[in-house]
Design a protein around this ligand. Structure first.
Ligand code: ATP
Length: 398
């Protein structure tokens, strides 16, 4: 296997790091790429207001997912768990022990590449890894890297690969931190990483989460999702907006509810229970409640208490999974949008998609009927609220 190691302070990880990582992984044909945030970087001081270990690791995880190299890119906490300064030779030796039969590739930008001979034990690193260098500025051409490559080959018998990045994003974390403090810089960040910074209030970005613009709320919401769920949530947002326009609901309110409807979905059962305790939510027989159903309850609480959504939007999130009898317009819109958004393909949704724009209650009835049948066919317990919702609609239509 070809295993890439890309270390950095990643404070924060930005589009420069990500563009280089993605292209290098594909160019080198890496089977794995580990993004390795440094614990205590040997070559620079971390300033007081900078992000701690866990934050830099969490952001690296979001960035790794956003590279869309499934099964390849991953953030690793290797250096964060080690005491003292994070020396690359130790990381590389440990990786060699972990993957003794695999070829290691150490990725770095030009600034690191040009000073490689000054690192601790460059000879040990060169023995274990192919050194892979890419540009950070437009002036960093392949030709300009060649003399250093030759020097390292001669001095350390290094195996060097220079990587012709097709696109260089000229940014450093230092400049980005300054920009963020001034209310700029988000263009250099993946939306999920920016959303994380917003939620955690890092780098002087101190926004009132209950008054976020729709765009900022979208970033915050995406940062809370498993990456694979992002297309679904964006699809739900767009569908909810269309349904709101069609049925005369508030479009922005529908978008906000849709964006947050799955905001706690990736939490484990234990975390869901902890959220219930935090927000003083009494769940009847929690031990009997399916894990999948918790997120509507906790998601509504987070939407209310963290992001200050309106009571109507909170209620739409609360009932988006099971539904209930006598639902409001926004509750129906979010329930249906979640069901019919374009990425859903688990069953034939053509009729439901048509009805949703033609007759809202008939669409709801069809949705509940299909959901109840589908759950029954799979031998799963149907929540009584869904049955009541279906029977209520049957009653008012008969
Ligand atoms: P700081 O400004 O805090 O020094 P940085 O932006 O240089 O941070 P690091 O986390 O120290 O980021 O860098 C990790 C690695 O990523 C280094 O090998 C560096 O050369 C490389 N790198 C940093 N920024 C870019 C960029 N814009 N394009 C390509 N590589 C980059």
């Amino acid at each position: 296997m070809k295993i890439g190691i890309y270390g950095g302070t990643f404070n924060p990880i930005h589009l420069g790091h990500m563009a280089a990582a993605k292209f290098a992984a594909e160019y080198l044909g890496l089977d794995k790429l580990y993004l390795v945030p440094a614990g205590i970087p040997p070559h620079k001081e971390l300033e007081e207001d900078e992000a701690g270990h866990q934050h830099r690791l969490d952001m690296a995880r979001l960035a790794a997912d956003a590279l869309e190299l499934p099964g390849v890119a991953e953030a690793a906490d290797w250096e964060l768990n080690r005491k003292g300064k994070s020396y690359t030779w130790e990381t590389v030796e440990a990786a060699h022990k972990r993957f003794p039969k695999d070829q290691l590739y150490l990725l770095m930008g030009t600034d690191m590449f040009r000073t490689f001979q000054d690192w601790r034990h460059p000879e040990r690193i060169a023995r274990r890894c192919v050194l892979c260098a890419f540009g950070r500025n437009e002036g960093d051409t392949q030709a300009s890297l060649a003399p250093q490559a030759r020097y390292l080959e001669e001095a350390f018998s290094a195996n060097v690969a220079t990587i012709p990045l097709p696109r260089i994003v000229e940014i450093s974390s230092t400049r980005l931190r300054r920009l963020l403090k001034e209310g700029e810089g988000r263009a250099y960040l993946d939306p999920t990483v920016y959303g994380y910074i917003l939620r955690e209030g890092l780098y002087g970005v101190k926004k009132d989460l209950t008054r976020l613009s729709l765009e900022d709320l979208r970033c915050a919401a995406l940062s809370m999702l498993a990456h694979s769920r992002i297309p679904h949530v964006l699809g739900t947002e767009e569908t909810a907006a269309k349904l709101a326009l069609r049925w005369g609901a508030d479009e922005e309110e529908a978008r906000r509810a849709a964006l947050l409807h799955d905001c706690t979905k990736k939490e484990t059962r234990e975390q869901q229970l902890a959220l219930c305790r935090q927000y003083h939510i009494e769940v009847e027989k929690p031990e009997k409640l399916e894990t999948k159903l918790f997120h509507a309850i906790t998601g509504a609480a987070v939407a209310e208490h963290v992001f200050g959504l309106s009571p109507a939007a909170v209620s739409a999130i609360r009932w988006h999974t099971t539904g209930k009898a006598d639902m409001t317009l926004l509750e129906k819109i979010i329930y249906l949008a979640d069901y019919i958004e374009p990425t859903r393909d688990f069953c034939d949704l053509r009729e439901l998609r048509r009805l949703a724009y033609e007759d809202l209650d008939r669409a709801m009835l069809l949705g509940f009927t299909m959901a109840v049948e589908d759950l029954g066919a799979r031998g799963m317990v149907v929540h009584p609220d869904s049955v009541r919702a279906r029977d209520y609609l049957k009653g008012i239509m008969s």
